[in-house]
Each structure stands twice: as C-alpha cells, then as structure tokens.
Design a protein. Structure first.
Length: 479
C-alpha cells in the first residue's frame, strides 16, 4: 500500500508538470535577437553575402567558424536558414568557450543576407585554491562521515583553458589532505589545419592513507593507517582525438597504470586484486564514441546525447578485463516550458569473474540511482534507466559589481522536476551485497538551478524501495 501511494504521488507531480504553461527556450542561454527577414515566403532563396564574428579576443576565428553550419556564398531557403542559424548559436555555445552567443541577420539587401555572430568569452585562467570531498557524494560525507574535514582534499588547481585559442586546455594539480596528488594534463582537440584531429595526454601520481577496500551490506568499508600510505598509484595515458564533423567525436586511448597496496589491505580483502597480490602493473587500451545533438550539453532541454566505449584493461592473469559501457540522454520538449527526459546507462565486464577492483558498479561514480546515495552496488554487469519530468519555473539575472559587461549580470534558471529510476546489477563474488541480483527502484521530486559556466545545482528529495527517504544535493553531471 505504501509503495502504491508513493508511486501515485510521483504520477500526480508529473501530471502537474505536463499541464503547465510557458514557452521552452531553444537554448539554456539567453536567446538574443530574433532572426528576422524582410517579407518573402518561406521558399524564397537567399544568399549568405558575409558572416561577421565579433567579441572574440583569444579564440581563433576559425574555431568559431567550424561550428557554424552556414558558409559565405551559400544559397538557402528562409526555413533552412532560420534552422541553421539557431543550430549555429547552440553549437558555438557548446564549445564551452563563451558565456554568451548570439547569431542573427544584421542586414538584408534584397536576397543578400549579412550575418553577425556576437560572442563574449569566458575567463580562461583559474589559479584557484582547491577543496573537494573525497566521499562519493555530499550526503555521504555530511551524514555517514559526520562532516569529517579529514576526508577532504585541498591544494592548488591551475586551469588554463583556450591556451592557444584553439579550445585547448592545460591542467596542473597539486593536492594534499586525504590524498596527495600531482597531475598534469594537456588536451588539444584541434591540432591540425583540418581541425579534425587532436590529442589528450597526461599523467598523475597519488598516495593516500585510507582506502575503500570492500563493501559490506552495500556500504563501503575503509581502512586507515596514520603512519603509512595504504595505496600508491601512478598513471600515464595518451589519446588520439578525431572529430570529423560536428556531432560525433572519437577517441582512441592507451595508458599504463602501476598501483600498490599495503599488505593489510590484501589481508582484509584477498580479492581486491586478482590472485591476492598487493601490486599490479597493466596496460590499457580503449575506444570511445560521443554524439551530441542537443541545445546545451550541460543541461539539455531538447535532443540526444549518446556515449559508447570499450576498454581492454590488462593482458595477464593478474589483470584481464574487457569493459563495455554505453549511456544516453534523450530530452523531448512536451509543452510550454515542459520537457520529458529519458536516460539510460549500461555496463558489462568480461570475464564475469573479476576482482573487487573491477566490480565497482552503482554508486561509485556518475552511475548512481537517485535515492540510493548512501549505498553502493557491486557487480560486473548492470543497467539503469531514468525518467524525469521537468518544468521551468522562472529565470532571473542577478547584478554583480564587476565592470566587465560579460559579467555584470549572472543568469539563473530554475526547473522543478519529478522522477523515477530503475536498475539491476549482476555479479559474482559480491559477498554480503543485498542489492545485487534484485530489481531496484527509486523516485522523488527536486529542483535544478542552472547558472553561468555550466554550473548545475540539483536539490532532490528521494525515496527508495528500502523505505528510506531524504534530501540529497548534487552538482556533478549525469553519466
């Protein structure tokens, strides 16, 4: 009876969303000037006489031009041109280089059109203090770990975006606290003249005094040594990036990992690595495919995002895993300011007998069910689906004291939502897990807040089939 009442509650909330009013914007960003033509029918053919890009300083203009599906001298009907200019706006915004993008017809002379692309660049250099919780989510740290500041990392994080004006990025991290870490990464997506080929290269070294060595009754268990580092990890990797057009992106990756554990960890969990060893070195190769056809990647209000990857981890008896993963987000605008979003993710590791190192499934990262934040589910195969109804409540702009015109006002948009999640995990040697091999379901309501620099705050009140309920806070992306 309780389950029926809760499901009815979610259905009623969803129904309220789907009957609400207001117009869904074509983009999460400010829409800018409307695309206007002087007279003529939708079948009238126009020629693009010129495309003028303004507002960029560091960014190379050809990086912006690559995202614009209209070229100088091109002939298009009114209907096609309107669609392409809207597409240009969202594709330039999805480069994550700008806080504002506007694409519009600045002048019309007969059938000749002069198009403007106005942009405002982000701040690209961030030498900022670094502070981060090491637990899986904010609620776990706040409730289960009792707000223990010893379970935090702190240090300096240097991030230089758009280093050469080609949307490249340099990251340098010096981290102390719960773990000690130094890492360096450089990403160059457009390394050649064709703007189709790039690379990603980086390395990292980390040491930590506490380690999650296993799980009991779907809860992580930890071991801590105040005198010694219980885990040391070194990793180096390189990827070849290929983006032949706009929507699809390919990556081919090779990496090397060396990891060692304190002997106590192996005694506590002989299955942490294969064959009860305490040190492992392995090569890793992989391929990933990403597809983006949405208005705004960090928070889509229409369109499809899809990801697929496979990874071959190790080539020996001590590390041997084929890992296949796929995920997708499909968002449909239903009515005015109302949308319905479907999300799915699946993972499979072969062979099915894997050590704990390769069995972290639900709850350990981005693959989590809303309402099961306090739990983890181990396994080698899992599938999860989400359905979310969202309704935009309102949007506001908050004035700042900054003189830069790009930051005088900070935009915020608010979406209320109702949702339901379902999942299933399969595994061998999962010990006392009570959530593996069992259909899982959660549901709830929440509020999303979207603001500048692709920041999304998620405030959620969720229920699960175990009878738990509670308030949860997230800032990370889905999947």
């Amino acid at each position: 009876m309780k389950y029926f009442v809760r499901q009815l509650f979610v259905c009623i909330c969803s129904g309220m969303f789907f009957c609400a009013a207001g117009q869904m914007d074509s983009s999460i960003i400010a829409p800018g000037a409307e695309i206007q033509f002087n007279g003529d029918s939708d079948s009238t053919i126009y020629m693009v006489a010129d495309i003028n890009i303004t507002g960029y300083k560091r960014t190379k203009p050809y990086i912006i031009e690559r995202e614009i599906p209209v070229k100088q001298g091109q002939y298009l009907s009114k209907t096609d041109l309107k669609a392409k200019l809207l597409l240009a706006r969202q594709q330039v915004m999805n480069t994550a280089l700008f806080v504002y993008v506007n694409v519009y017809i600045a002048e019309q002379k007969g059938n000749l059109l002069f198009i403007n692309v106005d942009v405002k660049e982000r701040w690209y250099f961030f030498p900022i203090p670094y502070f981060s919780l090491i637990d899986r989510n904010f609620n776990q740290w706040w409730v289960e770990q009792k707000r223990d500041f010893n379970r935090t990392n702190y240090g300096l994080k240097f991030l230089q975006q758009n280093v050469s004006g080609r949307n490249d990025e340099l990251q340098v991290w010096f981290i102390n606290g719960y773990s000690r870490q130094v890492s360096l990464r450089y990403v160059q997506p457009f390394a050649d003249k064709s703007l189709k080929h790039g690379f990603n290269i980086g390395f990292g070294y980390a040491m930590q005094r506490e380690l999650n060595y296993g799980s009991v009754m779907n809860k992580q268990v930890f071991f801590k040594d105040e005198q010694n580092f219980v885990r040391k990890n070194f990793r180096v990797d390189a990827s070849y990036l290929y983006r032949p057009a706009i929507k699809a992106r390919h990556s081919f990756r090779i990496g090397y990992t060396s990891e060692s554990l304190l002997d106590t960890i192996v005694k506590l969990n002989p299955n942490y690595f294969e064959n009860g060893i305490s040190k492992i070195n392995f090569l890793e190769i992989g391929y990933g495919l990403q597809y983006f056809n949405v208005d705004y990647i960090p928070y889509p209000t229409r369109g499809l995002i899809a990801n697929a990857s496979f990874t071959k981890k190790g080539f020996s008896k001590n590390m041997n895993a084929w890992i296949f993963q796929a995920s997708g987000t499909y968002t449909i605008p239903l009515r005015k300011k109302t949308l319905l979003q479907f999300q799915g993710v699946g993972s499979l590791s072969l062979p099915l007998d894997q050590p704990y190192y390769n069995q972290r499934l639900f709850g350990y990262g981005e693959m989590y069910m809303r309402g099961l934040e306090y739990y983890v589910v181990d396994g080698v195969a899992g599938i999860m689906g989400r359905v979310t109804g969202k309704q935009e409540l309102f949007s506001i702009r908050v004035r700042t004291l900054l003189k830069n015109p790009a930051y005088r006002q900070v935009p915020f948009r608010f979406f209320i939502k109702a949702y339901g999640d379902a999942g299933y995990a399969y595994g061998r040697n999962t010990g006392s897990s009570t959530l593996t091999h069992k259909p899982l379901r959660t549901w709830g309501v929440g509020l999303d807040i979207i603001t500048i620099y692709d920041v999304v705050f998620k405030l959620e009140y969720s229920f699960n089939q175990l009878g738990d309920r509670g308030f949860y806070f997230h800032t990370r992306e889905d999947f």
